[in-house]
Design a protein around this ligand. Structure first.
Ligand SMILES: [Zn+2]
Length: 320
């Protein structure tokens, strides 16, 4: 922490508001392992990262809320422990002295179906969907997208969203293992079972929310577990229809930044319309004693992410 102090003092003003961020805790009470790319994963230590995050945010006494960018419990968590593991992580989040907003990720859905998961995360939603928005301060709006709206995970097997996702994967990915990108070229490598899409109804909702934000002169921060820009993450982590979502976002000039998890290594890009994209470094991949969490100071004209340890600090000046 602290590397942006010069930036803050150069600007010489206090943020309008601040909030904490953390992603991909993927806790499980199992020995350390590796990702399919061979990157070490510390399933138990990630809970300590979360504990230090909560303690730090509470000590800083300035954050008006926290956003968890999804994947709170790992898919390798033994299924008879899933409910307790999710409860344990949620209980830890509740030690933050303020509201916590959760996003759902694929790993959450490997552990619990939507009807069990959403009430635990206190996501009040229509029809078991997990998209919502709120205005934390005058002139700003946070929009949370449900990247697993059309998905082969999390819905009952006969749900239309499951069937639509399976049909889509059959067309787009010829591999018998739909989590394998083998043979897929370029951006098509995102057509994997562990990703998903924003459905038609959610897309209309997003369009309406952005129209309203324009009318109210609000600046918007879009949050989604899955990254929305090819420049911010590996191709295998992108939302299936990130291009359609960006088309909606780019019709308006109120969206200033899109924040995400899922990719684990972290990234920052600015797309063709000047919108910032920032995918967060995973808590899961922190070797013991290291951290990956941070907070965002929100100003009129920029976001300043102040990261701890492995989470890089990033200054995001809004496109005029
Ligand atoms: Zn994920």
């Amino acid at each position: 922490m602290g590397s942006t102090h010069a930036l803050e003092s150069a600007q010489g003003k206090l943020p309008l508001f601040s909030f904490g961020v953390i992603s991909d805790v993927q806790y499980a009470d199992i020995p350390d392992g590796k990702s399919f790319l061979g990157i070490p994963r510390y399933y138990r230590h990630s809970f300590s990262v979360l504990q230090r995050a909560i303690e730090t945010w509470n000590n800083q006494q300035k954050h008006i809320f926290v956003i968890n960018f999804g994947d709170i419990v790992d898919g390798f968590c033994p299924k008879d422990q899933s409910l307790n593991a999710v409860r344990k992580v949620v209980t830890e989040f509740e030690k933050f002295k303020g509201p916590v907003y959760h996003l759902i990720g694929n790993h959450c859905l490997y552990n619990l179906p939507r009807e069990k998961l959403l009430p635990l995360l206190k996501i009040e939603s229509f029809d078991a969907h997990a998209y919502y928005d709120f205005s934390p301060a005058p002139g700003f709006r946070i929009v949370v997208l449900d990247g697993y709206d059309i998905s082969a995970i999390g819905w009952p097997p006969d749900n239309p969203n499951t069937l639509q996702a399976l049909l889509f994967l059959r067309k787009k990915n010829p591999n018998s293992d739909k989590n394998s990108p083998e043979g897929l070229l370029g951006l098509e490598r995102r057509f994997l079972m562990f990703n998903g899409a924003v459905g038609r109804k959610q897309m209309e909702w997003l369009d309406n929310v952005l129209q309203e934000a324009m009318k109210l002169n609000q600046k918007v921060i879009v949050c989604c577990h899955l990254p929305l820009d090819p420049g911010v993450s590996c191709r295998e982590a992108l939302l299936w229809n990130y291009d359609e979502v960006l088309n909606v976002i780019h019709q308006y000039d109120c969206v200033k930044a899109c924040l995400s998890g899922h990719d684990h290594k972290g990234g920052h890009s600015i797309d063709s319309h000047g919108v910032h994209h920032r995918s967060f470094e995973a808590a899961l991949e922190c070797p013991p004693g290291t951290d990956a969490f941070g907070y965002i100071d929100v100003y009129d004209d920029r976001l300043i992410l102040v990261g701890a340890d492995r989470m890089k600090s990033t200054s995001m000046l809004f496109h005029p």
